[in-house]
Design a protein. Structure first.
Lengths: 110, 112
């Protein structure tokens, strides 16, 4: 079967660093995406990994290990506006379909 | 900068009624998708399309039909609405290869 696991909730303090993990088991792999979704809004694209290693985009970084079926999203210098759900999604072997995790709800406290 | 537009944004239906949700994208994307999002379940794929005139079933297609008569539009139909179809529906589109999906703002549908 196809499965993506993420923690349900995390809490962190403004200005801190937080790491959100994602593990996956899918039929084929053609890239892993991270999306941010604020309550009541649409998901928006954050980052993409297809090769092993770290991708950095400002305060956000994402890491991938294909052999371990593992990724993480690292958020630095947390701000209150980073309170949102973070969705991990894998594009499967068909190259058409994306399998989404249930999302990690991050609360940033002052 | 319209991107992906979904109509309507909200709708309340009675059990057994039918309706169509419209998704329109102005980015010339080949691929289009319909998802539903329920608490604790994440985004689940209902149907998708890889080009004009083509559609395919996703993870939870029962009770829904779709059509892609024009490249820019992807319609989702509920033939006979059931309370279990109460959800938030998102449409998304993307280019082929290593491209992210762009999502519409969602349609909040309640079936009584």
């Amino acid at each position: 079967g196809q499965n993506i696991d993420q923690p349900t909730e995390m809490t962190a303090t403004e200005g801190a660093i937080v790491q959100i993990n994602c593990t996956y088991q899918t039929s084929g792999f053609n890239g892993l995406f991270w999306y941010q979704q604020h309550a009541g809004e649409a998901p928006t694209f954050l980052s993409y990994n297809v090769l092993d290693g770290l991708e950095e985009k400002g305060r956000f970084s994402s890491f991938l290990s294909r052999s371990k079926g593992y990724s993480y999203l690292l958020l630095k210098e947390l701000q209150m506006k980073d309170s949102a759900s973070y969705l991990c999604a894998v594009r499967d072997g068909t190259q058409y379909k994306y399998i989404f995790g249930t999302g990690t709800r991050l609360k940033v406290l002052a | 900068n319209a991107g992906v537009t979904q109509t309507p944004k909200f709708r309340v239906l009675k059990t057994g009624q039918s309706m169509t949700l419209l998704c329109a994208q102005d980015m010339n994307h080949e691929y289009m998708y319909w998802y539903r999002q329920d608490p604790g379940m994440g985004l689940r794929l209902i149907h998708y399309s890889v080009g004009e005139g083509t559609t395919a079933k996703g993870e939870v297609p029962d009770g829904y039909n779709v059509s892609r008569l024009k490249k820019q539009n992807f319609l989702l139909g509920l033939e006979s609405a059931a309370p279990s179809q109460t959800s938030v529906y998102f449409c998304a589109s993307s280019l082929p290869q290593s491209q992210p999906q762009h999502f519409g703002d969602g349609t909040r549908l309640s079936i009584l």
